[in-house]
Write a protein that binds this ligand. Structure first.
Ligand SMILES: Cc1cc2nc3c(=O)[nH]c(=O)nc-3n(C[C@H](O)[C@H](O)[C@H](O)COP(=O)(O)OP(=O)(O)OC[C@H]3O[C@@H](n4cnc5c(N)ncnc54)[C@H](O)[C@@H]3O)c2cc1C
Length: 601
């Protein structure tokens, strides 16, 4: 097993030096916290990662969930993990106090979630799902729903889920058919089928609470007719007892990775006795669910970054200790072999991984910080942070997910043959990573969300705010001798992004949305790379300010390492946008033109 899966030094750097989270405490909303509480919370998270999650990282993978007599059985450690998180307030740590939380800044809470996911991704997801479900109930549910479900979910006694996907409706939620029928007593009965529902049933909790998207009989077609319901596995009867609510598990899926958490197929109302409780108003369900989906999308980016981090540290440890070959400059076959890390190409592979991990983590915390700023800023600035977060969510979901696959693959490559074998954890990291470009909306859907919705909302205001933010960082780097070139490169890249964006907007007007969106994923790639370069320049600025002759050896190596990684990103990754820009402004509608019938023999 690897000895390290996250860098606590890097987390402290991002929280304290880049985002300066303690400045949030000057606002009444966060004023019960301070630097000491943040330090303690991070240390406690690291302890939980070390002692509770990581020891069962492999075993949860090797002993996946099973469906036994209609009940999903999960790894025995799952119960202890969920209970421990519930007991110590981790599920609700960033919630407002009046929602049963600690009002911890999301930036700090997500730094902790990153530690948990890096220690054992499967083991960490149960709590995130419950947190998202409670948040939805607290925000849009009535008092009865809050009283019945919130505490049990926060305490880790019950499990929350999000139940959207159906066999015929995955990316296209407009096509769901799960039906809610008024029962004549002010409630609803539910009938339908959901697939791929994470933590949709298991024996580590006494009840499961599904947040289900369904259509009320007679509702408008498409997404305008979707409502949101709370549907418990067991409902409370008039005597206060938990009784079956006619929710059946028909299958537990056997997955490639992320095997410690069950993904289930559920059938609602086979006996016509499944009660569903409406959340908020009818037909507004998808807009409510977007709250949970946006949190979950950031969570997916965070999870992907965390897995990539664990794989990176495994590769780093291995390449530092395995002796193989000699430097090209040393021809003597009798001289000692050097560690792998001495070879330039191995350093390149490590730099790629580090740039993905630390750049992505910075972006995840940047998004969390925008959420926190909405609690502390003057009312007139709220929209600014809200729009920035909205715009960056598909990027923060997709860049870590897509690059995480390459990054964990590169980790395997650093190990050579051993990376492909179960003797080392990286093959599991690679398998655990693969889901992230699929769940919570595929990369294709994220691309269309960014280009088709986020860029044009409020007449492009979010995009202009984004340009502003990036240019602020460029402005700070200008005039600094060692950052000047990076600042110039980022300005050029940003101008290129503006140019491509304008081109696509014109395309939409002239040729229609389908043409504009045909290569939305390439646009998302380009946006992601420019955004990463921004995050790296912001880090490099802090590094420059911190460099001095009085640094400890460890700090000196840390800051130098940061600077090299930033240089790597600008030298190796940022130039990739030129190819993307070329294709995005090339008007050959190749993929639209080609008839589907031309595939095949
Ligand atoms: C491990 C796992 C956990 C999951 N957890 C949950 C959960 O907890 N709750 C839940 O509700 N769901 C969950 N899902 C479902 C997941 O969200 C869906 O699998 C995902 O949204 C994609 O839907 P689909 O599988 O039907 O693929 P499809 O929608 O069939 O997509 C297949 C491919 O076609 C592309 N595509 C689809 N439509 C378009 C289009 N209009 N334009 C261009 N390209 C398109 C997609 O990008 C994708 O590449 C989970 C899935 C997995 C595998």
């Amino acid at each position: 097993m690897a000895k390290k899966w996250v860098s606590m030094r890097n987390l402290r750097f991002l929280l304290n030096e880049v985002f300066k989270v303690t400045e949030l405490n000057q606002s009444p909303y966060f004023d019960r916290h301070n630097a000491t509480t943040y330090k303690l919370v991070l240390e406690e998270a690291a302890k939980l990662g070390d002692k509770l999650l990581h020891p069962v990282f492999e075993d949860m993978d090797r002993k996946p969930p099973e469906l036994v007599n209609g009940q999903v059985k999960v790894h025995p450690s799952t119960k202890k993990i969920i209970q421990e998180f519930g007991k110590n307030g981790w599920i609700s740590s960033s919630f407002p106090e009046d929602h049963g939380g600690e009002q911890l800044p999301l930036t700090v809470a997500n730094a902790c979630n990153f530690i948990f996911a890096a220690a054992n991704y499967s083991g960490s997801v149960y709590m995130g799902l419950s947190a998202g479900a409670v948040n939805l109930i607290q925000t849009f549910g009535d008092e009865t729903l809050k009283k019945t479900y919130a505490d049990k979910l926060i305490q880790g006694l019950w499990q929350g889920t999000m139940a959207l996907t159906e066999p015929q409706a995955g990316s296209s939620l407009a096509d769901i058919t799960t039906l809610a029928t008024p029962d004549g007593k002010g409630g609803y009965t539910l009938q339908g089928q959901k697939i791929f529902i994470s933590a949709g049933d298991h024996d580590a909790v006494e009840n499961v609470v599904h947040l289900v998207l369904a259509k009320i009989e007679g509702a408008p077609a498409g997404v305008k007719g979707i409502s949101l319901f709370v549907v418990p596995k067991k409902r409370i009867d008039s005597a206060g007892e938990l009784i079956s609510n006619d929710v059946t598990v028909t299958q537990v899926f056997h997955k490639m990775g992320y095997r410690g958490a069950p993904i289930t197929e559920l059938s609602f109302g086979e006996k016509n006795d499944c009660q569903a409780f409406l959340v908020g108003e009818p037909n507004r369900g998808l807009s409510y669910m977007f709250q949970m989906m946006n949190e979950a999308r950031l969570g997916v980016g965070l999870g992907a970054t965390a897995i990539a981090s664990a794989a990176y540290y495994a590769a780093l440890e291995y390449t530092q200790s395995r002796l193989q070959g000699r430097k090209l400059s040393s021809k003597d076959p009798l001289s000692a072999q050097v560690p792998l890390i001495e070879h330039a190409d191995v350093k390149r592979m490590l730099l790629f991984q580090r740039s993905v991990v630390e750049g992505s983590l910075s972006l995840i915390l940047q998004c969390s910080f925008y959420e926190d700023m909405q609690h502390v800023c003057p009312a007139e600035d709220k929209e600014r942070y809200h729009l920035l977060l909205d715009l960056l969510t598909p990027v923060a979901k997709s860049y870590p997910a897509e690059m995480g696959i390459l990054s964990t693959s590169m980790s395997i490559q650093c190990f050579g043959g051993y990376g492909y074998c179960e003797d080392f954890p990286v093959e599991q990291h690679f398998r655990d990573m693969r889901i992230h470009t699929i769940h919570e909306g595929t990369t294709g859907i994220q691309g269309m969300d960014l280009l088709g919705r986020k860029l044009v909302m409020n007449n492009g205001k979010a995009f202009f705010l984004y340009l502003d933010e990036v240019r602020k960082t460029i402005g700070e780097a200008r005039g600094n001798a060692s950052l000047e070139k990076l600042a110039v490169d980022l300005e050029e890249a940003l101008t290129n992004l503006e140019h491509v964006t304008s081109h696509l907007m014109v395309q939409a007007k002239v040729k229609g949305a389908e043409t504009m969106l045909a290569d939305a994923v390439l646009y998302l790639d380009m946006f992601g790379i420019v955004t990463m370069a921004w995050q790296w320049l912001a880090q490099a600025l802090v590094v420059q300010a911190a460099m001095s002759d009085n640094l400890s050896k460890a700090d000196n190596a840390f800051y130098q390492g940061k600077h090299y990684t930033c240089r790597y990103f600008f030298a190796y990754e940022l130039p990739k946008i030129q190819g993307l820009a070329k294709r995005l402004t090339d008007e050959d509608p190749l993929t639209l033109d080609m008839p589907a019938s031309c595939f095949g023999d």
